[in-house]
Design a protein around this ligand. Structure first.
Ligand code: PXP
Length: 249
C-alpha cells in the first residue's frame, strides 16, 4: 500500500436516526435526537449522520432544523436523489450529503446506489449539491464499476456498503465480503475518491473494516443506539471509537 493512499485519522460519524425511531414509537418528544447528537459529540464522535426519509419514519424536518441550528459537529445528511430532498439539502446546507437509494417498503437502506445505471439522473443532483458547497458522497456496493461511475459523476466521496459483510454468517462468507471491501477501498482511493464505509457495524465486526488504511470515515448508527440501552450512549460511542483506533494503530 503506498503511503499517499493512507488516511491516518478514521472519523466516526454517529447516525442518530434510531433515537427518533424510539421517540416516534410513542409520539411526543422523548428521546430527543438532538440531545443524542450533543452527547455523541462529547463522547468522541467526529460527525452526526441523519437520514431524512421520504416517509419521515425516523428523522423529521423539525429534527433536521434543530440539528442544523444547534450542533457544532459536521452534519451528514443521508438523502434520496429526489427533487424534494435536493430542495431540503439546498435550504439547510449540511456539511455533507450522502445519496442513498430509497424504496418505500424497505426497512433500511438495503442495497447500494446504482451510480453506474443512474448516471443521467444523479449528475444534475450531484452538481447542484456541489455548487452549494455540500460535500457529496454516494452510498454504493463495493464494486469497481460503481466506483468508476462515482468518479465519472464527480462525487468526491463514496461510502462503501458494509451490510453484506456485517450480515455474513460463515467465516468463508465474511472473508469474501471483507476482500470485496478491501479491493474496493484500494480501487476507490486510487481513483482519488475519499473512502467511507458503513452499515451494520458493531464492536465485533468493526475491526477489519477500521483497519483498511484508505478509509477516512465510518458511519455507524443502529448498533450504537441499541447498545446505549445497556451501557448509555456515551460509553457505547467511546468504546466504538476505541475499537476503531485500536484497529487503525
Ligand atoms: N451509512 C448509510 C449510507 C446508511 O444508510 C446507514 C443506515 O441508515 C448507515 C451508514 C448506518 O448503518 P447502521 O445503522 O446499520 O449502523
Amino acid at each position: 500500500m503506498t503511503s499517499h493512499l493512507r488516511t491516518d485519522r478514521l472519523r466516526l460519524g454517529v447516525n442518530i436516526d434510531h433515537v427518533a425511531t424510539i421517540r416516534n414509537a410513542r409520539g411526543g418528544l422523548h428521546p430527543d435526537p438532538l440531545r443524542a447528537a450533543l452527547m455523541a459529540a462529547e463522547a468522541g464522535a467526529d460527525g452526526i449522520t441523519a437520514h431524512l426519509r421520504e416517509d419521515r419514519r425516523h428523522i423529521t424536518d423539525a429534527d433536521l432544523e434543530a440539528l442544523i441550528g444547534s450542533i457544532s459537529l459536521p452534519l451528514n445528511l443521508e438523502m434520496a436523489a429526489t427533487d424534494e430532498m435536493l430542495g431540503i439539502a439546498l435550504q439547510h446546507r449540511p456539511h455533507a450529503a450522502c445519496i442513498v437509494p430509497e424504496r418505500r417498503a424497505e426497512r433500511t437502506t438495503e442495497g447500494g446506489l446504482d451510480a453506474a445505471g443512474q448516471h443521467n439522473s444523479l449528475a444534475p443532483i450531484i452538481a447542484r449539491l456541489k455548487d452549494a458547497g455540500i460535500r457529496v458522497s454516494l452510498f454504493i456496493a463495493p464494486e469497481a464499476h460503481q466506483l468508476d461511475a462515482a468518479a465519472r459523476l464527480g462525487a468526491p466521496v463514496v461510502e462503501l456498503h458494509t451490510g453484506p459483510y456485517s450480515h455474513a454468517v460463515t467465516e468463508a462468507e465474511v472473508a469474501v465480503e471483507l476482500e470485496r471491501l478491501q479491493r474496493a477501498a484500494a480501487h476507490g482511493a486510487a481513483l482519488g475518491l475519499e473512502m467511507h464505509a458503513g452499515h451494520g457495524l458493531t464492536f465485533d465486526n468493526v475491526g477489519p473494516v477500521a483497519a483498511m488504511p484508505q478509509l477516512a470515515e465510518l458511519n455507524i448508527g443502529h448498533f450504537l443506539i441499541g447498545e446505549a440501552v445497556f451501557t448509555g450512549l456515551g460509553p457505547a460511542i467511546a468504546r466504538m471509537r476505541a475499537a476503531m483506533d485500536a484497529s487503525r494503530a
